[in-house]
Design a protein around this ligand. Structure first.
Ligand SMILES: [Mn+2]
Length: 408
């Protein structure tokens, strides 16, 4: 691949314009190859020092640059290394979609997207996107690494159909568009960016990130639908605190704001798996709004079918959002999270409840709070990937007119 004198793999595609040599001088023999971080660094160098108009083309195996004749101003074009999707503008400045480059992982035989998806277009009927925000966490941070861990774990789920719905989620009209851009270190600006990027996506399955991402996703959906949403909320925590340790928009105040802003209908909202310590006034405020709560102990004492029936009764007809905090599961099943609470749901309980929600009018979902640094043997990431996979099978079954409520 690399031509003589350009040990980093830049190849002029036409002639060998002078600009190439200057870039070569700028970055020397930096080994780029498949390393995304190196590539981002390379773009920074190119941005700062390239003297002429350039087109930069990437493929999985090489990087080629050539001078663009006749361009009136200096410009960089970059293309995604897997599918050649154009990355417009300056990719290292976190334009929407650009951090897909950083989310990609080395791959053997399976493309790096969720469930090995090769589709990357934002126009797909179902869209998976990572949202690597975790600066609103109150205990252990690290959920920014959730999306890549969930994508990696999802590779366990690509070798066949869902054994009850007989849907293969990877064969739905489903794209993985990479990670949404966030504003590093700035919660309100990040929420605004997330809402803006989610606004045009038809049916989003978001991989968090911390729970704070849910508020802008709900805002975008409610605005698009012109009405508030019903909510199925799996969590160990009520997340209806008015603020979190001084932060107005953090991962524990999501549903306080969602209710106050009217993007969620509290009487069509139901929380499952709740068990953390909580101030009595927060608990009372939540119930007084009309929110339904099924504590973890109630789930354990009940059959999944009766829990599902209560969920159906609560959300009724109309559009419903599913927000699944992985800490709804017991730390035995999901240790890799920032604020674990013992006494939680087993993975199978969450599956058994979800599978009985066929026909609920789901319009989007997220699975949040996966923090891989505290995970063991990828079980938390696999649980999160499986929840998203269950959801896709559920809505896929509904969309195809099939599906049934198991055991009913
Ligand atoms: Mn939680």
């Amino acid at each position: 691949m690399a031509s003589g004198g350009y040990g980093f793999g830049i190849v002029p595609t036409e002639s060998r314009p002078r600009g190439i040599q200057r870039i070569g001088a700028a970055i020397g023999n930096c080994p780029l190859r498949h390393r995304a971080a190196e590539f981002i660094r390379f773009l920074r160098l190119l941005d700062g020092r390239a003297p002429t108009d350039l087109d930069l083309h990437l493929s999985a195996d090489n990087y080629a640059a050539h001078k663009t004749a006749g361009e009136p101003r200096r410009r960089i074009k970059a293309y995604h290394p897997v599918d050649a999707r154009p990355l417009t503008g300056y990719p290292h400045r976190l334009q929407p979609g650009s951090s897909a480059v950083m989310a990609d992982v080395p791959t053997f035989a399976v493309p790096p997207g969720f469930l090995g998806l090769a589709r990357r277009d934002r126009d797909a009927a179902f869209v998976v996107a990572g949202v690597p925000l975790d600066i609103g966490t109150t205990s252990r941070a690290g959920a920014r690494d959730g999306p890549r861990a969930i994508r990696q774990a999802s590779r366990m789920l690509v070798d066949g159909a869902h054994p009850e719905f007989w849907i293969e989620p990877a064969k739905l009209p489903l794209a993985d568009i990479g990670d949404l851009a966030i504003a590093l270190g700035d919660i309100p600006a990040s929420l605004a960016l997330i809402e803006q990027q989610a606004a045009s996506l038809a049916h989003l399955v978001a991989l968090g990130g911390e729970h704070g991402i849910t508020l802008p996703l709900l805002r975008a959906l409610a605005k698009r639908l012109g009405r508030p949403l019903g909510l199925v909320h799996f969590d160990a925590h009520v997340d209806t605190w008015a603020e979190n340790f001084g932060q107005r928009y953090a991962h524990g105040s999501v549903f306080f704001h969602a209710i106050e802003e009217g993007v969620v209908e509290p009487r069509r909202m139901i929380q499952i798996g709740i068990r953390s310590p909580v101030q009595r006034e927060v608990w009372d405020w939540t119930l007084a709004r009309g929110v339904h709560v099924i504590g973890a102990q109630e789930v354990h004492a009940a059959e999944p079918a009766s829990v599902a029936a209560r969920i159906r009764d609560a959300v009724g007809d109309g559009p419903v959002y599913l927000s699944f905090d992985i800490d709804a599961l017991d730390p035995a099943f999901a240790p890799g999270t920032g604020t674990p609470e013992v006494g939680g749901l087993a993975s199978w309980q969450a599956q058994a409840i979800l599978r009985r929600l066929v026909g609920v009018g789901f319009v989007g979902m997220d699975v949040v709070e996966v923090a891989p640094a505290y995970d063991v043997a990828e079980i938390t990431a696999l649980a999160a990937a499986t929840i998203a996979w269950e959801y896709l099978a559920l809505v896929g079954a509904a969309a195809s007119g099939g599906g049934h409520a198991p055991g009913s």
